[in-house]
Ligand binder design. Structure first.
Ligand code: PLP
Length: 470
């Protein structure tokens, strides 16, 4: 493909992008295909001869698009959003165009210094302490792994990196509602999944700090070393917030590393009315939230903050001859701030997003999502056949259908059936979780362009379908 072809084809893609966003509500939100449908349409071997862009693009439209779930649809209320926005897409196009590998300062000073600056912006926007330093990772899973590895190294005096484990008996703590990425991190860090202790939650699904304290003391008596507590700021199930200050004080008392997983709900901290939830943040060692979830920056972009960057660097630093430069003592070489050597220029799209919306514009969007959530919450509360099973802390409502008194197993099956009916219609997409073994439907109102009418239509459709199951 030469530059003229590139320009011609780019115009086709631009036209597709415009039409896609115009007509996004016409697609089934959740792909309606079955396993193998796409795989079987793609040839078993790569083409030997060059194929035209028109051929490739036509297959993109006819084969790929039907197999996509439309995360940017305003009728997408599933999981947590992975939202994007026009400025984010434009930034991403430029990142791909520059094609820079931003592993060290010298391989693109602008990438390193813009990253440093936008992380300062985010720190200020969220109201994180001034002694936190930020770096962009790919995902919250990676950030949490990095945090636990740093804790492991700091507490072993950077010895495990060199000698491997020598009889350390570490324990890590999180709540029973914590995200699965914590268990994954504990496994990968060599601590062992059986040494992840899941602490009971209270009626609001927040970690019970007395239980945490009790378990830590028992562990110490048994000869374990409490290494790290991971608190959730917005659990995946119901966006419960663990008591940061109480947990922080326990961590301080026992000299335990304290990581906060705010992957989704962290974005809400740009709103002054939510900042009170950060009380106790000064006790934290690390904090992660994902602009790629609810800050209109397309996947991947995870903002990771650390109080002691030197401990992070000592954990991950490598210095082969071929990567040495003249400026190493004066700059941030982000290859030493995480797992991978190679790094994408992720700060660019984040910079575009923050500047294009402005802090006020971002706040306005989030407040709109929160206001729609309140409307839907009222509708659910007023309906005699539905109940809400967790506090609505942000923009996630966990509800279930309960038309009559049924045993829990039958209610679980009924709600599962209702959810499948909604999703199989292709009109809306919601997902579920279980809270106290009760199957709940999660209504997450956070896609970039969601309007009140989308959420109300979804709610009304849900009620109509529920009637048919009575
Ligand atoms: N932590 C929480 C609370 C989450 O909800 C999620 C994903 O939804 C994660 C961590 C993992 O995020 P990522 O996909 O960025 O690894």
């Amino acid at each position: 493909m030469n530059i003229e072809d590139f320009q011609k084809n780019l115009n086709k893609i631009i036209q597709f992008i415009q039409e896609y966003f115009d007509k996004i509500e016409e697609y089934p939100v959740k792909s309606q295909l079955l396993p193998g449908d796409i795989f079987n349409k793609i040839p078993n071997s790569a083409p030997i001869k060059s194929q035209s862009f028109d051929e490739i693009f036509s297959d993109f439209i006819n084969i790929i698009i039907p197999g996509m779930t439309h995360w940017q649809s305003p009728n997408f209320f599933a999981y947590f959003p992975a939202n994007n926005s026009y400025p984010s897409i434009l930034g991403e196009i430029l990142t791909a165009t520059l094609g820079a590998q931003c592993m060290i300062w010298e391989t693109s000073p602008a990438a390193a210094e813009l990253e440093e600056k936008v992380m300062l912006w985010l720190r200020e926007m969220l109201g994180l302490p001034k002694n936190f330093v930020g770096v962009i990772q790919d995902t919250a899973s990676t950030s949490t792994l990095i945090s636990i590895l740093t804790a492991r190294e700091k507490f072993s005096n950077f010895d495990i990196n060199y000698n491997g484990f020598t009889n350390q008996k570490f324990r890590v703590y999180c709540s029973t509602e914590a995200h699965s990425s914590i268990e994954k991190a504990v496994k990968i860090a060599g601590i062992g999944a059986k040494n992840l202790v899941k602490i009971e939650v209270d009626k609001n699904f927040s970690m019970n700090p007395e239980k945490l304290h009790f378990v830590i003391q028992k562990d110490i008596e048994k000869g374990f070393t409490p290494l790290c507590v991971v608190a959730a700021f917005g659990t995946t199930g119901s966006t419960a917030v663990d008591p940061i200050k109480d947990i922080g004080k326990i961590c301080k008392q026992y000299n335990i590393w304290f990581h906060i997983d705010a992957a989704y709900a962290g974005s809400a901290l740009i709103l002054p009315e939510y900042k009170f939830l950060l009380d106790g943040i000064e006790y934290a060692d690390t904090f992660v939230f994902n602009p790629h979830k609810w800050l209109f920056t397309n996947f991947d972009c995870s903002a990771y903050f650390v109080k002691d960057p030197q401990a992070l660097i000592n954990t991950f630093s490598i210095n082969p001859e071929y990567l040495k430069t003249n400026f190493d003592d004066h700059v941030n070489n982000y290859r030493d701030w995480g797992i991978a050597l190679g790094r994408r220029f992720r700060a660019l799209k984040l910079w575009f997003v923050i500047r294009s919306f402005g802090v006020e514009g971002l706040q306005k969007k989030l407040r709109k999502h929160l206001a729609i959530t309140n409307k839907i919450k009222d509708q659910i509360l007023q309906h005699p056949d539905f109940e809400i099973l967790a506090p609505v802390n942000f923009n996630v409502i966990c509800f279930r259908y309960k038309p009559k008194s049924l045993d829990e197993d039958s209610l679980n099956k009924l709600n599962n059936k209702l959810l499948n009916k909604i999703n199989n219609s292709g009109r809306f997409y919601l997902t579920h979780t279980k809270l106290n073994n009760k199957f709940v439907i999660r209504f997450v109102i956070g896609t970039t362009n969601v309007e009140e009418k989308n959420a109300l239509e979804c709610w009304n459709f849900n009620c109509e379908l529920a009637e048919t199951l009575k």
